[in-house]
Design a protein around this ligand. Sequence first.
Ligand code: 4AD
Ligand code: MG
Length: 438
Amino acid sequence: MMDQTYVEDLSGMIGEDVVLKGWLYNSRSSGKLVFLQLRDGTGIVQCVVFKGNVDDDTFEQAKSLGQESSLIVRGKVKEDARSPIGVEIDVTGVDIVQAAADYPITPKEHGTEFLMDHRHLWIRSKKQHAVLRVRHTVIKATRDYFDDNGFILADTPIFTPAACEGTTTLFEVDYFEDNKAYLTQSGQLYNEATAAAFGKSYAFGPTFRAEKSKTRRHLTEFWMVEPEVAYAHLEDMMDLGEGLILAIVSRVLEERKEELETLERDVSKLESIASPFPRIHYDEAVNMLRKGHEDGELENLFEWGGDFGAPDETYLSQQFGKPVFVHHFPAAIKAFYFERDRERPELALGVDLLAPEGYGEIIGGGERATDIEFLEKQIEEHGLPKESFEWYLDLRRFGSVPHAGFGMGIERCTAWMCGIEHIRETIPFPRMLYRLRP
Ligand code: 4AD
Ligand code: MG
């Protein structure tokens, strides 16, 4: 292994000589001392250079080193009660790997556009770094949850011949000799095939929506985890989704304490997330929204049949202070593939999970239609090209069974965990309506 110690391991190494490799986060000097804040990706540690302990050249270099210069520090780990990690480094040597000057992101306030333009550097900053570490844990907890519950990971294609979630948000790409392909909006249709092969499967990858909406909840490229289960029904998806969210919340609380502190997250809000999550019928949600309007808490009067806007979702989740499932949406506002309610065929067996604190819909899914004639009609009514769905219809020709699934947006979930305003900070390099760089 490399001769290198990571900052995250230092607290257990008091008195030892170590080699740290990283970058200069910040520094200051005072007389015979230089204080270098060294970051190495796992944490930040203060390295104290005392003039008498290193040669003059090294001392002068350390004193004038620019922010984000890369450097290797040798020294002894010393207990320090004032340090957030309980230790600092008594420096015996410094090698400068590259001396950087005029790093564009300084401790002063920068505008979001400026920071987004410098996203490749911004991700080194404490807060961004914390958010992306929480994202990592959200993803790890998600994978573990499905892996530990008998699911097979079966990833689905990104180039697809047709729409899954409506034709208005498709990104079209040229695909050899006058063929068109679309970037996938969801792996669901393929998940239905893998679920029929494996029983329980999930896909986890980037998905794309040409959303012209410039909201704090929309990206044009986002990561979605999508489980699909054969012989499962609507209720089962609520159980599965609830289990997933509980697994994520507890893992984030357990493993990302420090990051949540950096983000000044009110963790009591996450600690209070517990089973059972309320499950309300769309009709009931509509009644609540209408009451919200009567009480003057919602500006618009919600009409039955409509889709929830952001204020509606926020209002609904506020009534519970917990994630809340809303199920049985009007079929008219849903995709073509939903199974219908037997008693009320105008309702789709769809379910959304609304996160608390105004984070809105983080899970969307439901039960899939099993009947081939019904689906053929749906495909036609939705103006979808039937020939592109023949393979999908095969799933109804050969061993059609009740089945259900859902999709959870990783970025929306991460934004909620972190308590941050905008989901653009929850992915290393966000893609949005007006952002394709860096
Ligand atoms: O509700 P959606 O559109 O559902 C589907 O795509 C289903 N086919 C999934 C399935 O059943 N397998 O999207 C699912 C989730 C949303 O709840 C949200 O968390 C996220 O994906 N999402 C977005 N996240 C960021 N930016 C966007 N533009 C998003 N659109 C959806
Ligand atoms: Mg949805």
